[in-house]
Design a binder for this molecule. Structure first.
Ligand code: ACO
Length: 405
């Protein structure tokens, strides 16, 4: 193994690798991806098994602590999380400063960053106990914040978390209950959303996680670092892709659906059109994204349970996938559906508006972000992230007096 630090000290050499196509920025023991084999492991466990045998909080325990909880550890962890779900009432006044029509991701970026103003008691990042309680607070409060952003947007009163429900059940009722009527959590919907959370929980050094690490490497507090991750996730090439994929399918349906697939795929293949097939392609997966496969199954289950088997968007998505997977353009570039291709259809079926998709992704990815941040801070050799650059500007020159320029 080459010691890059020594090599740099001895030679002054560095690599230019735009987009980090072949540069590892850290070592990590949390998530493993083999993009050619469609393999995704959290702490060594295959995503396919975690998705069917565990709930989201078990997966959070795994990602944070390194192993799945036993029954007692599970009960303790659930108790800990459910007793940190409330946010300070004062936070509502901060939220009310946003325009009603603000995008929920704009609101969420602000709210998560603002948490650092409320939890001064846990900002000593050198103290593992402080880091632990910050992690629990973030995981516990994220559903509350996401639901508040939604309720504010639609002009309904905030609904408080309910500790007698599951993590996901409580989130669903914060989103969809109103003070006027009871809301009964549908078990199939609860399980589907829980699975969406599991599938999005971590994905090694993607753009938002790298952002959290880079931001956190300056020693800033975890709430600020996670807010940076939320901001990065918002982009359409990353977390915003599920929103973009659904919009793409809806537009395609309005323009004629399956009959227009051929024209649409031609447009995607034309580089001058600027159109990409959203929910397709991945930097690491050069075969089928295993999360997309699980998401497709979940989609089928949810639509069936809700009596929406003939959902035209699902049919269109499957037809589009088939056309793309048989087309040379996609085959040669190894472009397959990613997790975002089907997740929007599931969320739409369970009543989540498109504008909330990325916020829900952020909720789920919070555990990955905070575990990666903690792993970095706990490493005694961690350094502030400070990429170099290849300078392409002017040579040194003299500043002329104003009348001579
Ligand atoms: N539609 C059409 N062509 C594509 C697509 C796509 N979705 N994705 C990649 N390509 C093409 C590129 O045009 C390029 O073609 P070329 O070699 O002829 O120039 C080639 O495939 C490689 O593409 P890059 O952009 O270099 O691949 P990169 O690894 O940098 O990008 C990314 C990966 C950003 C995910 C890309 O595939 C994309 O934009 N996909 C659509 C957005 C999306 O679904 N994002 C979600 C990612 S998963 C997640 O964040 C949870």
């Amino acid at each position: 193994v080459i010691d890059i630090r020594k090599l740099y000290a001895q030679t002054g050499m560095f690599t230019l690798d735009p987009g980090f196509l072949s540069t590892a920025a850290c070592s990590s023991s949390i998530t493993y991806i083999d993009g050619d084999k469609s393999q995704l492991l959290y702490r060594g466990y295959p995503i396919e098994q975690l998705a069917v045998k565990c709930d989201f909080l078990e997966v959070c325990h795994l990602i944070l602590n390194g192993d799945l909880p036993n029954a007692k550890e599970k009960a303790d962890f659930n108790h800990l999380v459910t007793h940190h779900t409330m946010v300070h009432e004062q936070l509502q006044f901060f939220l009310r400063g946003f325009r009603r029509d603000a995008h929920p991701m704009a609101v969420l970026t602000g709210l998560v960053g603002a948490l650092s103003a409320f939890y001064h008691d846990s900002l000593d990042i050198t103290n593992p106990k402080h880091r632990e309680i910050s992690a629990i607070r973030l995981i516990a409060k994220m559903p509350t914040l996401v639901a508040m952003a939604y309720k504010y947007n639609v002009g309904q009163p905030f609904i408080y978390p309910r500790n007698d429900l599951s993590y996901t059940g409580s989130f669903l009722q914060m989103m969809f209950a109103t003070p006027c009527e009871d809301y009964k959590v549908n078990e199939v919907v609860e399980r589907a959303l829980d699975r969406i959370f599991i599938l999005h929980a971590d994905h090694e050094q993607n753009a938002s996680t790298s952002t959290v690490r880079l931001c956190g490497s300056s020693g800033t507090n975890p709430f600020a670092a996670i807010a940076a991750g939320v901001a990065c996730l918002w982009g359409p090439a990353h977390g915003g892709a599920n929103e973009a994929a659904l919009q793409m399918l809806e537009e395609l349906l309005a323009q004629g659906g399956v009959d227009k697939l051929g024209d649409f795929v031609q447009k995607v293949k034309d580089k001058n059109s600027g159109v990409r097939l959203m929910g397709f392609g991945h930097r690491v997966y050069k075969s089928y994204d295993p999360r997309a496969k699980l998401m497709q199954e979940t989609c089928r289950e949810v639509l069936q349970a809700l009596g929406l088997e003939d959902d035209p968007l699902f049919k269109l998505a499957m037809a589009l996938e088939k056309v793309a997977l048989e087309d040379d353009y996609f085959v040669q570039r190894k472009l397959y559906p990613n997790v975002d291709f089907y997740s929007g259809i599931v969320q739409r079926a369970i009543g989540v508006p498109t504008s909330m998709f990325t916020a829900i992704f952020a909720l789920a990815r919070t555990v990955g972000w905070i575990a990666q941040w903690d792993e970095m801070i706990a490493d005694p050799d961690y350094k502030i992230g400070r990429p170099r650059q290849l300078y392409t500007g002017a040579d040194e020159r003299e500043v002329k007096d104003l009348d001579k320029r």
